[in-house]
Design a protein around this ligand. Structure first.
Ligand SMILES: [Zn+2]
Length: 254
């Protein structure tokens, strides 16, 4: 039995399988990464995108945010075979939850395309394709609001008069507490915890695999580079997520 067959056997036996995903699952779809060489913050000053600036200078914040979206996130991104494999595992009842650091919404697209899907999706840092009104809590599709802003309606406001904010966690803003608590509870509850395309360095990514780890839990890591959790994980694949996850799905199907 090879590692993948062992992992598939653990997944079949498990009550709770949780996948945690980071930027590495979206990079093959062409989504720019924020950190590292040629990352978004090499081209833009991250100090201009803080929650403090949004509050102090919403018009300036929105002008810069539109420029960032135009330059870095122009065009449509599609889910890749790794997103699709996770969605298929969810549709087959093999995946209880996906916890993601990504704000690109590609897990939502992949789940929609797979039809029935009961997998819980927790977007820990929000979803950049939505906007939220901090005053009344209204949350809505971002496209019409981005278009309004691009036409000069800056900063774009909600019907209640509040200024819309991209529905993502900005620098200087707390991660939503209830979402993080649910993510931690799912990690603790998991029988199989898969960390996918994340360097597992920054919080909360760093602590989730440790919360999951117990003698009864299988912790698997799939990432191109090594992570601080590799030495304590049960299975480590230093391979491309778009090859490993479809293979895992095939083994589960077999
Ligand atoms: Zn409002």
């Amino acid at each position: 039995m090879d590692d993948l067959e062992r992992l598939a056997a653990d997944i079949r036996r498990a009550d709770t399988v949780v996948a945690f995903t980071g930027a590495g699952i979206s990079a093959p779809s062409g989504v720019p990464t924020f950190r590292g060489d040629d990352g978004v913050w090499e081209h833009f000053d991250e100090g201009q995108f803080t929650y403090g600036r949004f509050q102090r200078d919403p018009a300036g914040f929105w002008t810069d945010r539109l420029e960032l979206q135009r330059v870095m996130f122009d065009g449509e991104f599609e889910p890749n075979p790794a997103h699709e494999a996770l969605a298929a595992m969810g549709a087959d009842g093999h995946l209880k939850a996906i916890l993601t650091q990504n704000t690109d919404g590609l897990h939502v697209d992949a789940a929609d395309a797979s039809g029935t899907n009961e997998t819980t999706l927790l977007e820990l840092h929000g979803n950049a394709r939505r906007v939220r009104c901090p005053d009344c809590g209204r949350c809505t599709d971002g496209d019409p609001v981005f278009e309004r802003a691009a036409d000069g309606d800056i900063p774009p406001t909600c019907e209640c008069g509040g200024v819309y904010k991209p529905d993502v966690v900005l620098f200087g803003e707390q991660l939503p507490g209830a979402v993080i608590q649910r993510a931690r509870a799912l990690a603790r509850e998991s029988d199989v915890f898969l960390a996918i395309g994340s360097s597992l360095v920054v919080e909360p990514a760093a602590s989730l695999p440790r919360l999951a780890a117990s003698p009864e839990t299988t912790v698997g890591i799939i990432n191109l580079e090594s992570t601080p959790v590799d030495s304590t994980a049960d299975i480590v694949y230093r391979e491309d997520v778009t090859t490993v996850l479809p293979r895992l799905r095939d083994v589960l199907e077999a």
